[in-house]
Design a protein around this ligand. Structure first.
Ligand SMILES: NC(=O)c1ccc[n+]([C@@H]2O[C@H](COP(=O)([O-])OP(=O)(O)OC[C@H]3O[C@@H](n4cnc5c(N)ncnc54)[C@H](OP(=O)(O)O)[C@@H]3O)[C@@H](O)[C@H]2O)c1
Length: 261
């Protein structure tokens, strides 16, 4: 079964970073695009992040891949969110059902939108392993092209069922929270410059890059979407999207550093 249907690439998350600050968004998105990131993940749930992202992409929309979401408990509200996504210039490359909210009700009209060519792919997301049973049921319908779940050395529940299922079904995997979530608690476990020496041959200069490359090394993962409010970090993170990937020994080393406290 073909894997890595979208990647491997580093994208950009937009949760709790620039919200409605379009100038900041322009700087971060521009830096990400210049560094080769193409996938931008957002949601109506992220305050004004979608609006800022749309404005930031204006000049370069053609080269971007917009992965956003529907997060609504009724079809009526969902359709309002979808209309507002015209800010992405009439096209959404990946429309995801956020946190499985009434996903059975939304699927038929979203499939009609996909058939009409306004959406390329449909996906489904959940941030909590406690909902992976339901996520699995949704994926087994065979009606989704992508799934988004958390994956890092300290959040590995998806490795047991969701990644194998994605592989079996041949669907793309998007990884959220590669740095441990807002505030990047995993980045604060930086083992120090000398400890990163064995990772330099793999293009890794910083601990954040080690964590991102750790996730992207899994061949079932297509896109890793760290969020940042800093253009320099968008560039730093994007560089972790280049091979060579980590051999088993170096990948285990990252795990040991990340879990050593
Ligand atoms: N569907 C869902 O339920 C769901 C849930 C969570 C997340 N997501 C998606 O996944 C994306 C990523 O997850 P996340 O934002 O929760 O967490 P994350 O990407 O693991 O971490 C984001 C944090 O990392 C910091 N950071 C980024 N690059 C860094 C670097 N190179 N060095 C040091 N710190 C760095 C950022 O701070 P600075 O701004 O200071 O750089 C930010 O606080 C979200 O933005 C969102 O698009 C989806």
């Amino acid at each position: 079964m073909e894997q890595r249907r979208l990647g491997p690439v580093v994208g950009l998350g937009t949760y709790a970073t620039f919200e409605g600050d379009t100038r900041l968004a322009g700087g971060v998105v521009g830096a990400a695009l210049d560094a080769g990131s193409r996938v931008f993940d957002s949601s109506p749930m992220y305050g004004r992040a979608e609006a800022s992202l749309g404005a930031a992409l204006r000049e370069r929309r053609a080269v971007a891949f917009v992965a956003t979401k529907i997060w609504a408990s009724s079809v009526e509200e969902a359709r309002r969110q979808y209309e507002a996504q015209r800010r992405f210039f009439g096209r959404v490359e990946l429309e995801q059902l956020h946190n499985l909210v009434v996903w059975r009700e939304h699927l038929p009209w979203l499939e009609a939108e996909r058939d009409a060519g306004r959406v390329d792919r449909l996906g489904v997301t959940h941030y909590s392993a406690g909902s992976f049973d339901e996520l699995e049921r949704a994926l087994r319908t065979g009606r989704f092209d992508a799934v988004q779940v958390p994956l890092s050395p300290v959040e590995r529940e998806c490795e047991r069922r969701i990644l194998p299922l994605a592989e079996e079904l041949g669907i793309a995997v998007v990884v959220m929270r590669p740095l441990g979530g807002t505030g990047a608690p995993l980045v604060r476990r930086d083992p120090g410059e000398a400890a990163l020496d064995p990772l330099h041959p793999f293009g890794i200069e910083t601990w954040a890059q080690a964590l991102i490359k750790w996730a992207l090394t899994d061949p079932r993962v297509d896109v890793v979407i760290p969020a940042t409010s800093r253009p320099d970090r968008a560039r730093e993170n994007a560089r972790a999207g280049e091979p060579p990937w980590l051999p088993e020994g170096e990948r285990s080393l990252v795990e040991r550093y990340a879990t050593r406290f």
